[in-house]
Each structure stands twice: as C-alpha cells, then as structure tokens.
Design a binder for this molecule. Sequence first.
Ligand SMILES: [Cu+2]
Length: 470
Amino acid sequence: MNRRNFFNGAAATVAGAVAAASVSSVVMAALPEPVLQASPDTMPPLVPDTGRPYNPVVTLNGWTLPWRMNNGVKEFHLVAEPVVREMTPGFKANMWGYNGQSPGPTIEVVEGDRVRVFVTNKLPEHTSVHWHGQRLPNGMDGVSGLTQQSIGVGKTFVYEFVARRPGTFMYHPHADEMTQMAMGMMGFWITHPKVKAPLISEVDRDFVFLLNAYDIDPGSMTPKTMTMLDFNLWSWNSRVFPGIDTLNVRHGDKVRIRVGNLTMTNHPIHLHGHEFMVTGSDGGPWPLAARVPEVTTDIGVGQMRQFEFVADEEGDWAFHCHKSHHTMNAMGHNVPTTIGVDHRGLVKRMQKAVPDYMVMGERGMADMGEMEMQIPDNTAPMMTGSGPFGGVEMGGMFSILKVRKSQKPGDYKDPGWFKHPAGTVAFEWTGSLPDPARFKADTQGSTPLARPSPTTTEVQIRKPSGHSSH
Ligand SMILES: [Cu+2]
C-alpha cells in the first residue's frame, strides 16, 4: 500500500467506524476500529491475548486501550474528542479527552514492541500527541510546528516507533497545550520490560493514575482554561473524592503505584500505615542506592514517580495529597477566618441590612462536611464522604488503600469497610479529667467566651449567598 492509499483508507474508516456493520474488511485492515469507554469505573486489568505476555496495570477510574496486532506491529486508535466526565456522582464536567473519557485510556506495550498509534482529531481545533519520556525518532515526538504539522480538525495522523525503554510514561497534546490540558487531554503509557530486569520488581498489583486539576465554577460544567494557579478541583484521573475508587489489595501483596503530575503545582502524595520505596520515575528505574523509604513523595510538575510496598497492615488506610487544600472540592479561598470570633448578636443586626447574611467557620469548617447547605446543581460538595464512624470531610485528591486478608488474588472489588479487631480503635475517655495546670492561671488568652447552646444561637443560620463558590 502506498502512502496515499494508506491515508485514504484511514479517512474512510474513521467515517465508517460509527456504523461498524457497514465497514468492509478491506477498510478495516487499514485502521483499527476505535474502542470507546463510557463507564467511569476502574476497569479490571486487560490481560494481553496477543504479543509478548506481561503483568497488566490497573488504571484508577480508567481503562487500558485494546490493540490489534498487524504483521507484528501493535496498533492502537486514539480519538481526541469532547467528552463528559463524571468527576464524582452528582457532578459532571465538559472536558476534552480520548476515546470517550478524560484522561484517555492507558496504553500498555512491551519493551521492543513496534507501536503504531492512529490519532483521529474530533476536537474543534487542531491537536497533536506528545509521548512524554519516550525514546523515539524526533519526528514522532508530537510537538506541533516543531516536529510535525498539527493534526487538523477531522484528520487522522499516524505515529509509529519502537518502545525502546521500559517504564512509566504519559501522553498529552503539544498543541494549544494550555487549553487542551486544562480541558483534560492526557493519558498514561506503560512499557513493560521484555525480560526480568534487575531494577524492575514483579508486583501483585500495579495501579496507575494521573494528577490533574480543573477550575470549574460551582453550578457550571466547563473548566476555565485561563486559570493558571487557583484551581478549585484537584483530581486523580479527572475524579475527585468520593468519586475516586479505593485501591483494594490482598494482605501481603506487593503493590506498585505509578503517578504522573500534569497539574500546575507539586503534590506530596502520602500513604498511611506503610512505608514505601520510591523505585523510579519517567527517567527509568532508580539505582538501588538512590532509593529511600518514604511515606510521602513529592511529585513535581511534569514528573512521574513509581513507588512500591508490601501491603502487610490490614485496614482502610487513607491515601492522599498532603496539601490540605487539595483534599477539598470547589471552594472559594477569599473567605476571612472567623475562628474564635464571637458572633453573638451580629447576625440579627446584619440581617436587617442584608437579609441573607450568614456566618460560617466560627468553630472551624468541619460543619461543611455534614451541613445540608444548599449548593448549586452539578456541584461536588467541598468536604464530603462518610465512613463507618461518620463524616470523612474530604474532597479532591483523596482515596483509601484497603488491605484485606480476604481479598482474592486478582480481585479488585471494594471489600467494604474494615472490621477492626476488638480493642484496636481509638475511644473516648470517660474517666475523670484533671485540669492541666498550665490553663489555671490564664483567663485572658485567645480562647473566647463560653458559647451559648447551639439550639439558641443565631450563628447556625447558613445560606449559600455570599459564599456562592463553596
Ligand atoms: Cu496536591
């Protein structure tokens, strides 16, 4: 097939794939039919049935793109297109992504594979795909204007290279990047080692996700793409807590988690209950002497980290970004701190002038997790989620590592809440409580006057106006 015929065939298939039944086998031979995914659930690992074998990864709230072997070449078909992503139940966003979702599907190949990726552009503007971290011919690097022409609207381009280096990579546009990445265009790429490599461990579970961030006004659906730093939704694979699936593993499993950061700031990712070893980045596996145990690893902008541990402590372990504002959903930050301010009498007087006036945060913000405050439709509550002991008061980049003896090998289903052995949960002390000596002398400190009982106080009045971005 000469080059011109090849591209003609490609274009015909893009049109024909919609009505698959009408596509002739001759045309199908030219281009793999694009596979789309509509469900935001974490899909089970895609066990390879062609090509070299490997131990597949699991994409949190995502999936792996199926491929087709064509004369020894692994062929994938990515479709760049507008999508609607459910970021958490009750909140959907207009995004741009690939094959029905943002992020796009994970691509998994094996070191030494020749890979051909067809990219069809169904966006309203041109795009390109950059294969972050890969060794490849310069003209396959996907930088619009520099190494290739942009993929025009409605066009299909072909990228082809050998996956030379095993490791953890990602892909994203290198055309109008600011808009396209702010709209959710990105995906994960794993190149598995061909043979057992001394610096690459074999693991029982291998999770991957991308860090991304959006600025979506409460009640609206489309990210504000001009935002540079003040994002209000901090997400993993375009999901926010409680929409992020838990990472469910079997007690004793060796677990690897691979994370890439395509936001505009760094994220210290923190795991409870276990130490992990940072074993590599998008630069490759780290030498043993460079590995250190951590419980938090900071992932800079444009960086990837992979870390590994043996899940040998049963329980429901929090797993989150350690920037506390990144474990919240849409909120305004230009709200004064009112902790310790005595509002008694104020609300009534204010409401004479401003009928909707309300007070929030007088005792901290934890009420936000429980209160039935009116929020606009299609908005994720700022702090939410409930656990077996009450409100979790979280949002954003937060999930749970669930370690269970009862979890079957290869089973990724949520086992429910941990059943704590008797006597192993923090409990309330009900004995006598002697006053600490240091408080006795001082009654003029910052601690305010005793509060009136909640049933009589005006500061319970809460309405959204004036805080519409919460
Ligand atoms: Cu963060």
